[in-house]
Design a protein around this ligand. Structure first.
Ligand code: SF4
Ligand code: SF4
Length: 186
């Protein structure tokens, strides 16, 4: 049987017409911002005050894209014959988003609630070096961390005392990873 002339064309036009009638699911980004789920993984924010430079996140990161530098400082003993305390002072904290695969392990393992997801995703860069966010930029992302969903029972991010103050107050519960006791100074 010979094919009906123009049948294929009619079928193609029918598909086009059906698609034109369906409501569109695309959004006109960037004129229309997408409504992202609250737990979207856009970028990682650093609450610097909570970071004790314990290096756990950097060690667990499968991509080795967290760079941390710190040095130790010593807090003089508060009483005569007491113990001097050493604690870490953060010099550098950076994340290279050109390498990051957004697995979230660093956030999960941080024992001091210093890292948070934020849904912000508009930080594409022409220069790959600009994808390494240093600590000031990571700190700025904190302003975009959404409050946890009401039914989650979670508390919003809370800034703790910096490691220096915790060490000075002898708060060993929160500075064990950051400070160490030294022998009494005679
Ligand atoms: S999200 Fe994963 S890959 Fe990215 S910095 Fe954290 S641990 Fe590394
Ligand atoms: S695990 Fe948390 S406290 Fe430790 S270095 Fe990373 S961000 Fe700082």
């Amino acid at each position: 049987m010979s094919p009906v002339p123009g049948k294929g064309l009619a079928q193609g036009l029918a598909v086009t017409l059906r698609s034109m009638m369906r409501p569109s699911v695309t959004q006109e980004y960037p004129h229309q911002r997408p409504e992202l789920p609250p737990r979207s993984r856009g970028v990682i924010a650093l609450l610097e005050e909570n970071c004790t430079s314990c290096m756990l996140c950097a060690r667990e990161c499968p991509d080795w894209c967290i760079y941390i530098d710190s040095h130790k400082e010593t807090q003089a003993p508060k009483t005569e014959g007491g113990r001097a305390r050493t604690y870490n002072v953060l010099d550098r904290f950076a994340i290279d988003y050109a390498l990051c695969m957004y697995c979230g392990i660093c956030i999960d393992v941080c024992p001091f609630d210093a890292l948070f997801w934020t849904p912000e995703f508009e930080y594409a860069a022409h220069d790959i070096h600009d994808l390494t966010h240093e600590r000031d930029r990571l700190r700025d992302w904190m302003w975009t961390v959404p409050a946890p969903p009401a039914d989650s029972g979670a508390e919003p991010p809370a800034s703790g005392r910096p490691a220096r103050e915790r060490a000075a107050a002898g708060d060993t519960a929160s500075t064990d990873a950051a400070s160490t006791d030294e022998e009494p100074t005679a």
